[in-house]
Design a protein around this ligand. Structure first.
Ligand code: ADP
Ligand code: MG
Length: 311
C-alpha cells in the first residue's frame, strides 16, 4: 500500500533537527512560526522547477533536491540575506519511495550545510513540480538590490561562469574529455551564500546569474537606468569553458548560458578593497545605456537576452 500523505511527510521530510534559532515552530501545525531579531528585515523568495522545463524527465532525484534548494538560496545570497528556513511544495505523480528518499537526501544535505530549517510545505499529486519558498535575514536597510548600480561602479563576478552551460551542452551531446566539473556545476550548483552576506555594505547592486550574464546583468542595467562595458579578457573562465570555446567557436556561451548561480554585483571605486578575494572584476557601469563588450580592444554591442519562458 502506498504511503499516506502524512506518513510520507513524516518519513522523508521531518528527520531534520532544528538548526536555526529563528525557528520557533517547524513542521506539524497549520503554520510555522519564526522569530525575527531586532535590526533585521525578512527576505522572501520562491522558485519552482517543473519536469521537462527546468529538468529532464528521469533527472537524478538527489541532484534535483540539491538544485531546487540551491537556486532558492542563491536568490537570498543575491540580496545579501542569510538563509533561515524554507518551505517545500511537492507535487509528485505517485509515491515512489526510492525517488522521494534520494530527493530528500539532496535537499536536506544542502539545508544542513547552510543551517537552513525545512519548516513546512505541502504535498499533492500531479505533474512533477517542485516549489520552494526561502526565508532569510538581512540587516535593516542593507539588502542588495538590482536598482542601485551607479555610473563608475566596477562590475564583479563571484566566480567562474559558463561551466553549467558546458554541462548542459554535454548532456545534449558535446564531447568533453573532463566533464565532471561542468556537470557538477549544472546539476549541483553551490549558492554563493557567504559571498552575498559579505557584500552587504560593500556592493551597490547585485543579482545571481540564473539566466545568463548578459540577461541578468541586463536587469541591473534596466532597473538602475545605466549601461555597462564588459572586458572579455577579464571573464573568469575554467579550462573546460576555454576548451569548449576552442572546439566550437561559440565564445558567446559564457555570456548567455544560465545555471551558474554566481553573483554579479557592482561596487563603487572607493570600496573595491573590501571585495572578497574570490571575486573577479569584469567591467564598469557607464552612463551610456546598453551593454557593450570590449574583446581584443574592439567594442561591440551585446544584446541583453536570456532564457524566456513565454517566448
Ligand atoms: P494542511 O492540511 O494544514 O495544509 P498538511 O497536511 O498539508 O496541512 O501538512 C501537514 C504539515 O506538514 C504542515 O505543517 C505542513 O507545513 C507540513 N508539510 C506538508 N508537506 C510538506 C513537505 N513536502 N515538506 C515539508 N513539510 C510539509
Ligand atoms: Mg496542505
Amino acid at each position: 500500500m502506498p504511503l499516506s500523505e502524512f506518513a510520507l511527510i513524516q518519513r522523508f521530510f521531518t528527520q531534520q533537527t532544528v538548526k536555526n534559532s529563528s525557528t520557533r515552530l517547524g513542521i506539524g501545525d497549520d503554520c510555522a512560526l519564526l522569530t525575527i531579531p531586532d535590526g533585521y528585515e525578512l527576505a522572501i523568495t520562491t522558485d519552482t522547477m517543473v519536469e521537462n522545463v527546468h529538468f529532464f524527465k528521469d533527472a537524478d532525484p538527489e541532484q534535483l533536491g540539491h538544485k531546487l534548494l540551491a537556486v532558492n538560496l542563491s536568490d537570498l545570497a543575491s540580496m545579501g540575506a542569510k538563509p533561515l528556513s524554507v518551505t517545500l511544495a511537492l507535487t509528485v505523480p505517485s509515491v515512489n519511495e526510492a525517488w522521494l528518499s534520494a530527493f530528500a537526501r539532496g535537499f536536506l544535505t544542502l539545508a544542513e550545510r547552510h543551517h537552513v530549517d525545512l519548516i513546512g510545505g505541502d504535498t499533492t499529486a500531479g505533474t512533477l513540480t517542485l516549489t520552494v519558498q526561502a526565508l532569510g535575514l538581512v540587516p535593516r536597510g542593507l539588502a542588495l538590490t538590482r536598482s542601485a548600480a551607479q555610473v563608475g561602479d566596477f562590475i564583479y563576478l563571484s566566480g567562474n561562469i559558463g561551466d553549467a552551460g558546458v554541462g548542459l551542452k554535454i548532456l545534449q551531446g558535446y564531447h568533453c574529455t573532463q566533464p565532471d566539473n561542468a556537470l557538477k556545476q549544472f546539476n549541483q550548483p553551490e549558492p554563493a551564500c557567504e559571498t552575498g552576506q559579505n557584500l552587504c555594505g560593500v556592493a551597490n547592486a547585485c543579482i545571481d546569474i540564473s539566466d545568463g550574464l548578459t540577461s541578468d546583468l541586463g536587469h541591473i542595467l534596466q532597473q538602475s537606468q545605466v549601461g555597462a562595458c564588459l572586458y572579455w579578457e577579464e571573464l573568469p573562465l575554467s579550462t573546460t569553458v576555454l576548451t569548449y570555446i576552442n572546439d566550437t567557436g561559440d565564445w558567446l556561451l559564457p555570456l548567455v548560458a544560465g545555471d551558474d548561480y554566481q553573483l554579479c554585483f557592482t561596487v563603487s571605486p572607493e570600496k573595491t578593497a573590501l571585495v572578497p578575494a574570490n571575486c573577479q572584476k569584469i567591467g564598469i557601469i557607464e552612463a551610456e545605456l546598453g551593454l557593450r563588450l570590449n574583446k581584443s580592444g574592439i567594442i561591440q554591442s551585446l544584446e541583453v537576452k536570456g532564457y524566456e519562458h513565454f517566448s
